[in-house]
Design a protein around this ligand. Structure first.
Ligand code: MIC
Ligand code: SF4
Length: 657
């Protein structure tokens, strides 16, 4: 039987297991990526594991999420990260050089490689045929130490693209259409592999908008085959020699297929406050818009900003709307500046931002109260923009710019009719990517060879081994689709404590219930209870680490998002699945005891545990876990397990060896 492209790359990197969906496989990782807000923990864990040198072909540390450095704590984090990259042998991308996914694709992403990154949008280079997966920091640490990455073999689904995008429809509309059809849970447990004749109509940056936002579907990864369009991009970034032609076999078998006819697409928009609330732009036209932002790792590339610049040539941003452009990389800023587009946009009324994540997580450009913001980003979870009850819409740069011109949401096709001289700017790649490399420090030229830790850099918390009994209150009951932005928000006031778990944990779940952290710390253990897709969104392991630090012992949920589920195992919290009836019956404050010996059950492979609620009724809760996950959980988490293994004689090597 023929292989899918995903299977080919996995086969090439397989060190353990078989490529059967649902089975655990171990794969070799070629590249790792980490960023400032997850990276400090990655390197502290690298140090705690006694590892002394990066083992992957490429490891790159980016400083991108909080580059304004409002507080010495962020600057200290960046200083620590530079020292860690130098000490252990990683590339270091200085604050302001750009968003990790953008800088990585410009400099390192290559067809056929595998990558693990401590950021959920790591799959972006899937648009260049790289199989890239987002993970919690400690998984990245271990992979960087040279050990395989273990993952449940995903199902490979084909997204067959047919036809060609009509005027004013863009790559963003392709992924919004998939979100409309499949929802934020639709990709869980799957790799989405793009196939069909429509593929060749999309350039590599357009493909990367799609693979980037596959994360919002919950997909493990998204990938395109490689072809002349891939070669074209690699040539333009001066890495043509890294081109490899990669296609699935003609008789490859996919678990399922979804067909998208590109020629049927029209400008789409995700309404507040979930990326899958997608409707045609025309349905919400006429809505006043206070703020427009073009940028982020989804639509912040040079070729994404160029259409906005062209649309604004000789025009002005509406008086009642503020427009901000935040390029995804300094290279994009530099090229736009050298070609005169920055001046053109400024003259039209645009404010320019540093190449940073910033506003995407509520750092800078926070919308006004009771206002509407249109963004070309990938997430619009409630409150993420930095203000509660926000109204953030997600759309393409073309739709965003049309709104900036008109001052209200408008389908760009209608605006073109109205203005008479507005043309679809199309999607154009530069002749070559010419930005300077000054801000990317190679391991060879690193100025540091020892760690520099400011006062805000704390220790990595380690949990004790799992106990026999778990008996405690349901400290918080939540609904479906709780995001990691609910669990540990990433706004500036909170983000600056990412390296200081003692302080960070005070903010745990504050967006759901601001009494939670105090109540959890006061209780002697307890549970979190949630509906479907608990922990969707980011890869931040702090969303598991902080509840653990506050004494939470387990999470009862109807289902878990992939990365967060792994993070719960990594930090020793027992993730148990419950059915809808049990979820409905449990009330916040109920006392929940596991009847069985939890430690013994976890270690011995037991799947069904009995929970007794208020000493009154019982239900079954399921632990769906591999042997490796069980061993880790029983030990108290990945770090405790790794240390145990090292003490047991396997040396300083990561336990996954
Ligand atoms: C996000 O988009 O939510 C983030 C901020 O990039 C996170 C990483 C983090 O929380 O540090 C992600 O996507 O993993
Ligand atoms: Fe940065 Fe936003 Fe992309 Fe996350 S989604 S990496 S915060 S730009």
């Amino acid at each position: 039987m023929g292989q899918t492209l995903t299977e080919k790359i996995l086969d090439d990197h397989l060190v353990e297991g078989e490529l059967t969906p649902g089975e655990e496989i171990g794969i070799e990782i070629d590249q790792v990526l980490t960023q400032d807000t997850t990276g400090t923990m990655v390197w502290l864990q690298f140090e705690a594991m006694g590892l002394d040198e990066v083992q992957t072909e490429i490891a790159a540390q980016y400083c991108d999420h909080q580059t304004y450095q409002f507080d010495f704590k962020n600057t200290d984090d960046h200083r620590f990260l530079r020292s860690a990259a130098g000490t252990y042998g990683a590339y270091f991308s200085r604050p302001g050089n750009g968003i990790c996914h953008n800088v990585h694709r410009e400099n390192f992403a290559a067809p056929g490689k595998t990558m693990l990154g401590s950021d959920s949008h790591t799959p972006t280079p899937g648009g260049l045929g790289e199989l890239a997966i987002g993970a919690g920091g400690i998984d990245v640490t271990v992979a960087m130490g040279g050990a395989p990455y273990y993952i449940e073999m995903p199902e490979v689904h084909s997204v067959r693209l047919e036809g060609e995008l009509p005027e004013w429809a863009t790559a963003k509309d392709v992924i919004l259409e998939l979100l409309r059809r499949l929802s934020v849970k639709g990709g869980v447990g799957k790799v989405l592999e793009y196939t069909g004749p429509g593929v060749e109509t999309l350039s590599a940056p357009e493909r990367m908008t799609i693979t980037n936002m596959g994360t919002e579907l919950g997909a493990t990864s998204s990938i395109f085959p490689t072809d002349e369009r891939t070669r074209e991009y690699l040539e333009k970034v001066d890495r043509e020699e890294e081109f490899v032609e990669l296609q699935p076999d003609d008789d490859a078998e996919y678990a399922d297929e979804i067909v998208v006819d590109l020629s049927d697409l029209e400008p789409l928009i995700a309404e507040p406050s979930m990326p899958d609330n997608v409707v045609p732009v025309r349905e919400v036209a006429g809505q006043d818009v206070d703020q427009v932002m073009v940028g982020s790792c989804t639509n912040g590339a040079f070729a994404d900003i160029l259409p906005a610049a062209k649309m604004l040539e000789g025009r002005e941003v509406n008086m009642t709307t503020e427009m901000i452009v935040a390029p995804g990389s300094k290279q994009a800023s530099e090229m736009l500046a050298r070609q005169g587009w920055v001046a053109e946009m400024m003259a039209a009324g645009v404010n320019f931002s540093e190449a940073t994540c910033g506003a995407c997580i509520g750092i800078g450009h926070v919308p006004a109260s009771d206002s509407v913001s249109l963004r070309t980003f990938n997430r619009n979870f409630e409150g993420r923009s930095g203000i509660e009850d926000d109204n953030v819409y997600l759309c393409s740069p073309e739709v965003a710019t049309a709104a900036a011109i008109k001052g209200e949401i408008v389908d760009p096709r209608d605006l073109a009719d109205e203005l008479g001289d507005l043309e679809d700017p199309g999607f154009e790649l530069p002749e070559e990517y010419t930005g300077s490399k000054t801000d990317l420090i190679t391991p060879d030229e690193a100025p540091d060879d020892e760690l520099v830790k400011g006062p805000n850099i704390g220790d990595v918390p380690i949990k004790d081994a799992l106990e026999a009994d778990i008996d405690g209150p349901a400290i918080l009951k939540m609904g479906d689709n709780i995001t990691t932005d609910h669990i540990i928000p990433a706004t500036q006031d909170i983000l600056m404590y990412r390296s200081n778990i003692d302080k960070l944990s005070e903010f745990t779940l504050s967006r759901v219930d601001d009494t939670f952290a105090d109540r959890a710390a006061a209780a002697d253990g307890g549970w979190l209870v949630a509906g479907e897709n608990y922990g969707q969104g980011s890869s931040r392991e702090h969303a598991a680490m902080c509840p653990m630090y506050l004494g939470i012992e387990g999470v009862l949920a109807q289902s878990f998002a992939r990365i967060h589920r792994a993070n719960l195992f990594n930090f020793g919290l027992v993730p148990l699945l419950i059915d809808e009836d049990t979820y409905e019956q449990i009330e916040q404050g109920d006392d929940i005891a596991v009847v069985d010996d939890v430690h013994e059950g976890v270690a011995s492979g037991k799947e069904e545990f009995t929970i007794r609620v208020n000493d009154d009724w019982e239900a079954t809760a399921t632990l769906d876990a591999s042997e490796r996950e069980r061993a880790m959980l029983a030990a108290g988490g990945k770090l405790a397990w790794t240390k145990q293994q090292a003490e047991g004689g396997s040396g300083a090597a990561p336990a996954d060896d």
